[in-house]
Design a protein around this ligand. Structure first.
Ligand code: URA
Length: 194
């Protein structure tokens, strides 16, 4: 099976998931979208209302902002893969709970194993803290680091502020745009080292 077929099989399995209570209040499981061959994998927090309706991550206001930032570094959605640490919409758009993120982890782990991206870019603190529980986003954003995980090997990570948080905070928005602009150079550096 190629990567695309493996992801499709995983998505079918994921759509039948009812491991945590989030699935009861959600219309569907929002697995992820983009290229199975992506070098860059973005990982957000959880689907919102619009994502729950359409079954695609980051299609609301934060997604529009993300698309603009992708365009600024000459990337399109089809060039990357995007998923969330929680695949079902939490009620009232609350943050996903640690136990919900934990239940959802095997799905994300398999997505990463299949796609095998050169870099994982976390969006927001819930995504960052899933991989690095102690990290503070205010200190970690915009810095490349490497960490080894069982079943996933050594991985490069780059943390960004969440586009939804940055939308309504001018100074955070500028920091996010600056961090985003560094992505092509960082990817180049990783590829040179490999
Ligand atoms: N915010 C997220 O973290 N993920 C989405 O899919 C949408 C908004």
């Amino acid at each position: 099976m190629n990567k695309e077929e493996q992801l499709q099989k995983l998505n079918t399995e994921m759509s039948a998931c009812s491991k945590c209570a989030l699935r009861c209040g959600a219309s569907r499981v929002v697995a992820g979208s983009g290229s199975a061959d992506a070098q860059i994998m973005f990982i957000g927090e959880a689907p919102g209302k619009k994502e729950d309706e359409l079954g695609v991550p980051f299609v609301g206001a934060a997604g529009k902002f993300l698309d603009e930032m992708l365009a600024s570094i000459k990337l399109k959605r089809q060039d990357i893969y995007i998923a969330n640490v929680a695949k079902c919409r939490p009620p009232e758009n609350r943050d996903p709970l640690p136990e919900e993120i934990k239940e959802c982890w095997p799905w994300l782990e398999q997505q990463i194993q299949i796609i095998d991206p050169k870099i994982i870019i976390t969006l927001g603190r819930h995504s960052l803290n899933r991989f690095h529980p102690e990290a503070k986003i205010s200190q970690t954003h915009g810095v490349l680091f490497e960490k080894t995980f069982p079943n996933m090997g050594a991985r490069y990570f780059y943390a960004l502020y969440h586009p939804a948080a940055a939308l309504y905070n001018g100074s955070m928005r500028e920091v996010l745009k600056k961090d985003f602009a560094k992505i092509p150079l960082i990817l180049k550096k990783i590829k040179k080292e490999q």
